[in-house]
Design a protein around this ligand. Structure first.
Ligand SMILES: Nc1nc2c(ncn2[C@@H]2O[C@@H]3COP(=O)(O)O[C@H]4[C@@H](O)[C@H](n5cnc6c(=O)[nH]c(N)nc65)O[C@@H]4COP(=O)(O)O[C@H]3[C@H]2O)c(=O)[nH]1
Length: 540
């Protein structure tokens, strides 16, 4: 169960921890995409500005030439004006005079064999345009322009240096820049490898209302914007690989950042999950699920092996089958304020298990362990009284065991201890000799007996100081008229030694281990016969 909870927590933590990584990669992609789109947008608007400038110049040149009669245009004075027009214009490289589809002269001079112009790419009113090419037969200097757009009106043709529109400083040579006519859908000019079909196809995609700022078409990122008069569109495109490269550059630091925050979130969730799975939380769950039960270890009279009682010991088997020792969970239950609920459950178990057995055998007793809060309040007393009455068990059949530490903490609970005794319950100090109480303090406690800790039994025959201390404890107990029991007896020699020192009761694996209620009943029945009535010495 615990494993499953941890596995779920781990999966959850991994998923949530992965989110910042995915998020930062996504942010990196958005940022790389935005940076590229901004760059292409800048190029598009620069092209539009240059295009507008060139349009203004063209209008100005045509306007200037309108005062030159066509008949005089190829004469020396006319040729001078043609050259001047080209010279003073930034975007016009050459001016030609045309008649019936033939070039009569350019600023460079008269044509000996007038060249025929092909059919124009666009013809509207008296304006004809040849996009991005060199009309055949045109001589230098116009012909030294690899590709040029030619615009003709009223017998004058201007050879435009459209390269100027696309001549932008770009970091990536794969960038495509182009102007496309929106009236004829023809590509007016292009930088980088022309892909005319793709470019004119793009025009339709951007002619929506409102137009998209950018589009991803195939493996390209494209940005476009129309001219102010809506006659053309500037378009810039880059392979998506360029965005990917930029993304990769940003993804590394951002991914690392995401990984770090992911690891922190992962750790936090795991810590919280673990905290939810602490011993305290598990005890709480165990209490709610009724996982605690009680076993009984017989306590025998050392002199003759008769058994008239035993100690109730709690057992905790978790749902996954693992057993946890009381030495581990009792201190946690005490520290986390759960011991009272646990003691209550144990007392209920004891009466459910052996209440009837005790009622039928009034000389048999059972010892129950108590912690400080149990001793300090009247709660346990009330519960015991109620259950005893229900089952018909006498108070003298219940021995309450509390450690020295518990009783020291419970100095102020002396009245409560007295009330236990006054009601007929017996009180014993458990693990005696390991705590902090002085022997003098022992004399002030309203107790019936003490249980020597296993460490003393273990020290028997060792010749250590513990041996001596045990001698003192036993003589004091005799003086005070207390019953003495010893726990943890594993060997016959230990039993013999204790008998010789006057110890009355013994508990340990030499006699019996802790057992289920039914087996305990049979054990006691089998050894009761040798026992006389229980000794009951009381001190005021
Ligand atoms: N090696 C060895 N061990 C022996 C021998 N004979 C008995 N024991 C063990 O010694 C412990 C005696 O109980 P304790 O001194 O009250 O010490 C108890 C007691 O302080 C506490 N505890 C047990 N049950 C309860 C309970 O129901 N309520 C409270 N508050 N504490 C309990 O947990 C401690 C440990 O309990 P257990 O693990 O059941 O361990 C028990 C018992 O199984 C032996 O010959 N050799």
């Amino acid at each position: 169960m615990r494993g499953r909870v941890l596995a779920i927590a781990l999966t959850l933590a991994t998923l949530i921890g992965a989110l910042p990584v995915a998020g930062s990669l996504w942010v990196a992609w958005g940022s790389a995409n935005r940076a590229r789109t901004d760059m292409l947008d800048g190029a598009v608007h620069e092209m539009l500005a240059r295009y507008n400038r060139m349009s203004t110049e063209i209008d100005q040149v045509f306007h200037d030439l309108s005062s030159l009669p066509l008949a005089e245009a190829c004469e020396p004075v006319g040729l001078m004006r043609l050259r001047a027009a080209a010279y003073f214009s930034h975007g016009v490289r050459e001016v030609a005079v045309i008649e019936d589809g033939r070039i009569l002269c350019t600023g460079a001079g008269k044509s000996d064999m007038p060249a025929s112009l092909p059919l124009p790419d666009m013809s509207e009113g008296d304006v004809r345009i040849w996009y991005d090419r060199v009309p055949p037969g045109v001589r230098a200097p116009a012909s030294d322009v690899a590709r040029s757009t030619v615009i003709a009106r009223n017998g004058f043709a201007l050879f435009l240096d459209t390269e100027q529109i696309y001549d932008l400083v770009l970091t990536d040579p794969r960038t495509v820049l182009s102007m496309v006519s929106l009236t004829s859908r023809q590509v007016m000019g292009v930088r980088s490898r022309p892909e005319r079909a793709m470019l004119s196809d793009m025009v339709d995609r951007f002619r929506t209302d409102p137009p998209p700022r950018s589009l991803r078409v195939g493996n390209r990122l494209i940005v476009a914007a129309p001219t102010a008069d809506g006659s053309a569109m500037a378009l810039a495109a880059q392979p998506i690989d360029v965005v990917l490269e930029a993304w990769r550059q940003q993804a590394v630091p951002l991914g690392l950042l995401g990984l770090t925050s992911g690891a922190i979130i992962f750790w936090l969730i795991l810590t919280l999950a673990r905290r939810g799975d602490t011993m305290g939380a598990r005890i709480r769950r165990g209490l709610a699920r009724g996982e605690f039960r009680v076993v009984y270890q017989p306590i025998v009279r050392l002199s003759d092996g008769a058994c008239l009682g035993g100690e109730a010991l709690v057992r905790w088997q978790q749902r996954d089958g693992t057993m946890i020792s009381p030495d581990r969970f009792i201190p946690v239950a005490e520290a986390e304020g759960l011991i009272e609920r646990l003691t209550d459950q144990i007392i209920e178990h004891v009466f459910a298990d052996i209440g009837e057995f005790l009622a039928e055998r009034p000389t048999v007793w059972i010892a129950i362990n108590l912690s400080a809060p149990d001793v300090e309040s009247d709660r346990v007393r009330g519960r015991l009284d109620r259950l005893r009455k229900t089952h018909g068990v006498a108070a003298g059949q219940i021995v309450l065991e509390a450690t020295e530490r518990t009783l020291i903490d419970a100095r102020r609970a002396q009245s409560s201890m007295r009330s236990f005794r006054d009601a007929g319950y017996r009180l014993t100090i458990d693990d005696f000799g390991t705590g902090y109480s002085s022997l003098a303090y022992l004399a002030t406690l309203p107790v019936d007996g003490l249980k020597l800790d296993k460490t003393f039994v273990d020290s028997i025959g060792s010749g250590t100081a513990a041996d001596d201390v045990m001698g003192h404890i036993l003589s004091l107990a005799a003086t005070l008229g207390l019953d003495v029991a010893a726990e943890g007896i594993e060997h016959g020699a230990q039993a013999d030694y204790l008998i010789a020192r006057g110890v009355t009761y013994g508990q340990g694996w030499l006699f019996a281990r802790a057992m289920e209620a039914e087996t305990f009943g049979a054990y006691v029945d089998g050894r009761m016969a040798v026992a006389g009535p229980p000794s009951r010495r009381r001190r005021a």
